[in-house]
Design a binder for this molecule. Structure first.
Ligand code: ATP
Ligand code: MG
Length: 425
């Protein structure tokens, strides 16, 4: 026998027990996004490699070493599995001229691919929900994004999550700062690690994001971008803070906050949980006014954020019985020829009513079927023998509470299910 084939390292199966939780999360965010007026955009998982090089920047972790890139041997095109969603969103918005009708509130969700070292909270295929507001310039939309995140953490019951905000200013202020930072760090080249040394002249701002404690120590006395900020960026940042304060959203200002991607300007923010160890950032975003033009569109301001679904799910409690949206309401147990015919009829009738039903497949003694009913997580077992089928009655046995078994007809079952599960229509 040949050895069994396994999933690709760093890429996970999501098994039914766990996917109940995913389903609960997805239902929650769909409603949450709708309440803020965001609409779904679905793009392919594969794009031209150039899209990511141009948008994310060639001197970034992602483009330097994390992309799954391959040649399409049929036509020689160089393609990449998307490592993030903003580039595709911007490409689609330009390609379909979506801004023609005015600014857009959009969201996407799905798998992303990065060739990283797999560990808890860091995978090679992981999932993000991303929100993008394109064509909006004011700080009120930056604030909307942060405020809607705060609401989501409450909805999912994963508070406390810390908010850090910062600003990167405009391109000119960053250019001035860049020179000052290089100047400072050049005095310590021998103390920089390999990554930092390599970035010193190509992308020095990324050094601020270094996870190396020795480098972080050096940065304590480094010049601060805040001191080079332009007036307009400063005013933008002040307004954002005012709105957050008025809405009662707590934050800390982190002057060293830079995003892993090159395309950000002005507002940057991160939501961090202290319960996840090193992989504590569950959501990150900010403003990227230059990106649309950089990808070839007519210049337009924009901002957005993306959250890592695996990290958020890890924060959600494993409360049995809460994420049960996909469990059946009724498990139909049947024995006998006439009973089986009636069982089919009952099951289809209940599904017409929106009741979730598993019809026992195959034969088997009642006892074995009842065990399966119990294991399915259903609220009720509907028991049908030939005697019941004769009179079109069903013995309905509650499985999750010590109530009595009752003899009912089809219509009564759907009424009873609704009584214990009032969310049913
Ligand atoms: P990190 O510093 O942890 O590598 P990042 O800056 O690369 O994060 P972003 O590109 O901003 O992350 O992605 C947004 C969010 O997506 C992150 O805050 C995180 O929650 C999640 N995320 C990013 N990479 C991974 C991964 N490899 N596995 C799981 N989640 C991830
Ligand atoms: Mg990363």
């Amino acid at each position: 026998m040949s050895s069994a084939i396994r999933a690709v390292r760093g890429m996970n199966d999501i098994l039914p027990g766990e996917s109940d939780k995913w389903g609960y999360f997805e239902d929650t965010i769909r409603t949450w996004l709708a309440t803020y007026g965001y609409r779904n955009l679905r793009t392919p998982v594969v794009e031209q490699t150039d899209l990511f090089v141009r948008s994310i920047g060639s001197v970034t972790d992602i483009v330097e070493k994390e992309m799954y890139t391959f040649i399409d041997h049929l036509n020689g095109e160089q393609l990449t599995l998307r490592p993030e969603g903003t580039a595709s969103c911007v490409r689609a918005v330009i390609e379909h001229n979506l801004l023609y009708t005015g600014p857009q509130r959009l969201y996407y969700s799905g798998p992303m691919f990065r060739h990283e070292r797999p560990q808890k909270g860091r995978y090679r295929q992981f999932h993000q929900v991303g929100v993008e507001a394109l064509g909006f310039a004011g700080p009120d939309i930056d604030a909307e994004h942060i405020i809607m995140c705060a609401r989501l953490w409450r909805l999912l019951d994963i508070t406390p999550v810390r908010l850090e905000i910062g600003t990167l200013g405009n391109l000119e202020s960053r250019t001035i700062y860049r020179a000052r930072l290089i100047n400072y760090l050049e005095r310590f080249t021998d103390q920089l690690d390999e990554d930092a040394r390599r970035r010193l002249h190509s992308n020095p701002l990324r050094i601020l994001d270094s996870k190396n404690p020795a480098v972080q120590e050096l940065l304590k006395d480094a010049p601060r971008l805040f001191d080079d900020l332009d007036e307009e960026s400063l005013a933008h940042f002040e307004s954002l803070q005012t709105i957050l304060r008025n809405r009662g959203v707590d934050f800390t200002i982190n002057p060293r906050l830079v995003r892993g991607l090159d395309y950000y300007n002005r507002t940057v923010f991160e939501w961090v949980s202290d319960r996840l160890g090193a992989q504590g950032t569950i959501c990150a975003g900010g403003r990227y006014d230059g990106l649309i033009a950089q990808v070839g569109g007519k210049p337009a301001p924009a901002c957005g954020f993306a959250m890592g679904i695996e990290r958020i799910l890890a924060l959600m409690a494993d409360l049995n019985g809460i994420y049960t949206a996909n469990r059946p309401d009724v498990y139909v147990v049947h024995q006998g020829e006439m009973a089986t015919g009636f069982a089919w009829e009952v099951a289809e009738y209940l599904r017409d009513q929106g009741v979730k039903v598993i019809l026992h497949n195959g034969a088997g003694a009642f006892k074995g079927q009842m065990k399966k009913a119990d294991a399915s997580g259903a609220q009720f077992a509907a028991i049908i023998g030939d005697d019941e089928a004769q009179v079109r009655k069903i013995s309905l046995k509650p499985l999750r509470e010590p109530a009595e078994q009752v003899s009912v007809d089809m219509a009564e079952i759907s009424i009873l299910v609704r009584k214990i599960n009032p969310t049913k229509n």
